[in-house]
Design a protein around this ligand. Structure first.
Ligand SMILES: NC(=O)c1ccc[n+]([C@@H]2O[C@H](COP(=O)([O-])OP(=O)(O)OC[C@H]3O[C@@H](n4cnc5c(N)ncnc54)[C@H](OP(=O)(O)O)[C@@H]3O)[C@@H](O)[C@H]2O)c1
Length: 256
């Protein structure tokens, strides 16, 4: 697949770049557009990463990622960056307040990426949003919603804009992100009432899996670490561990 990745300088975006270049996870091959000429990883994926500053460039190049410089707040630059490529999917993990305290990218940056994807006829778009956005507002306590209010408002705007874009989309709404290894028990659910912390690496794995899944098209997911039921926990033995793995796999298969 030929993938345009925004937000790859760090966090979930960098994890996604690593995983895409290391293995296919269902997203391998040269993709529908068959343009895997350069920047391909062992998986056959070709990843173009949008960067607005230099520090991560060498690390991404070392992975085999092609770096394109630009700011998602610049609509023309995004149109040009995607327009000159044959792409199968866009993944955006962008967010956060700029160091100069200026405009957030959570809505406007993602809007420009979505517009550019539509213009360049990219068939697929995956957006990393946040728990508490849109109808998942019920998953968080009111004081947290109040604190995160401005961010969640922008995330919700971006989600709605993507859903109305005509692109085949997937939205993933993580809770608190952890910089620790994945447990292997993480799943995606459409249940909007759940919230919980999750490793960035796990969000990346689930995102990459969505790329290769028709069941993830036009869906909004909450990622979380699957917990055993109270009865399963009571067993606290090998059977429980096997059981939780089976339940987790079933849940995952049902959702994706
Ligand atoms: N942190 C949490 O607990 C949490 C919880 C729920 C959801 N989220 C969301 O999950 C996503 C990933 O979070 P993260 O903590 O792993 O990553 P992050 O540290 O928030 O990184 C954000 C990325 O977006 C890029 N970016 C921001 N504005 C941009 C712009 N105008 N143009 C181009 N790139 C831009 C940043 O590039 P630079 O290096 O140039 O700044 C960086 O690569 C974010 O959307 C975040 O809002 C986070």
């Amino acid at each position: 697949m030929n993938i345009f990745l925004a937000g790859a300088s760090r966090g979930v975006g960098y994890e996604i770049a690593q995983q895409l270049m290391a293995n296919g996870n269902g997203a391998n091959g040269n993709g529908a557009n068959g343009n895997g000429a350069s920047g391909n990883g062992a998986s056959g994926n070709s990843v173009v990463a949008l960067l607005r500053s230099a520090p991560a460039e060498a690390d991404l190049n070392a992975l085999g990622v092609i770096v394109v410089k630009g700011d998602a707040l610049d609509a023309d630059a995004m149109a040009q960056a995607m327009g000159e490529r044959s792409l199968d999917a866009v993944i955006s993990t962008i967010g956060g307040l700029p160091s100069d305290g200026g405009v957030r990218a959570d809505f406007l940056g993602n809007k420009h990426l979505i517009d550019a994807a539509v213009g360049a006829k990219v068939p697929r778009f995956i957006l990393i949003s946040s728990i508490g956005s849109g109808n998942s507002v019920v998953a968080l306590p009111p004081n947290v919603i109040e604190t995160l209010g401005p961010v969640l408002k922008e995330k919700a705007q971006a989600e709605a804009y993507l859903a109305a874009s005509g692109l085949a989309y997937t939205v993933i709404r993580p809770g608190g992100l952890l910089s620790e290894p994945a447990t292997g028990q993480e799943i995606l659910t459409e249940d909007v009432t759940v919230a919980g912390s999750i490793p960035r690496a796990a969000v990346a794995t689930l995102t990459v899996r969505c790329l290769g899944s028709d069941k993830a098209v036009n869906k909004i997911f909450q990622p979380l670490i699957y917990r055993c039921s109270a009865r399963q926990q009571w067993l606290r033995c090998l059977i429980c561990r096997i059981c939780s793995r089976i339940c987790s796999a079933k849940e995952y298969a049902r959702r994706i």
